[in-house]
Design a binder for this molecule. Sequence first.
Ligand SMILES: Nc1ncnc2c1ncn2[C@@H]1O[C@H](COP(=O)(O)OP(=O)(O)O)[C@@H](O)[C@H]1O
Ligand SMILES: [Mg+2]
Length: 227
Amino acid sequence: MRPMLEARALSKHYQQGSIAVAAVDSVSFSVLPGEIALIIGPSGSGKSTLLSMLGCILRPTSGAILLAGRDVGRLSDRELPRIRGRCFGFVFQSFHLFPFLTARENVETALRLRKVSARVRRERTVDLLARCGLEDRMDFYPASLSGGEKQRVAIARALVGDPFILLADEPTACLDSANGEIVFEMLRHFAQEKGKAVVIASHDPKARRFADRVYSLADGRIEVMTD
Ligand SMILES: Nc1ncnc2c1ncn2[C@@H]1O[C@H](COP(=O)(O)OP(=O)(O)O)[C@@H](O)[C@H]1O
Ligand SMILES: [Mg+2]
């Protein structure tokens, strides 16, 4: 099977004063549809930088990113945001929900820019929130939701546009371990049932149990890789 997302010898160098820091140093990576790839490593090892490049948010210093076999580096600054919006869903450590919108509205807004009728937007939103176990929380504001519930809303929002790839940066860092497991379990479910390619960056060793492949990062380089 062709990888959904592949990186070849990807590097990102930052200039810190007079020295160049290699935040990511010649990393090769791939994830298939239906799979969870885990990028594990301590704070500062380059996980977020790698994820931002994989998600076409940050241009690499060198190396190539292939999205379903297509070289993303050839896309113009105009094309990139459109491809990013179509192909990727993003989940962050601190949820990034809109505080003045309900759970349902938070998810629905992700479909506002699509050519989708209001009825379909609502149907998709309600269906996905129910699949995330939030049928009785749809009209709650984020402030009335637990951390685990907020992250499940964020996952529903990331998935409602039906992206090929879900990128999650430390999705359980703000959760207790029981809620963390629910979130990992949910990501695994969407990978397997919907064929999404899921990439999780985490420093939580518990994440390993849910991963199909593990990339261990230290100082921007891959240490070991287990399939
Ligand atoms: N915008 C930036 N400018 C300069 N250095 C950066 C920038 N972003 C990250 N870094 C450096 O790159 C390294 C990796 O950071 P990061 O990708 O955030 O790691 P992680 O997500 O694993 O904690 C760190 O040394 C960090 O200081
Ligand atoms: Mg990080």
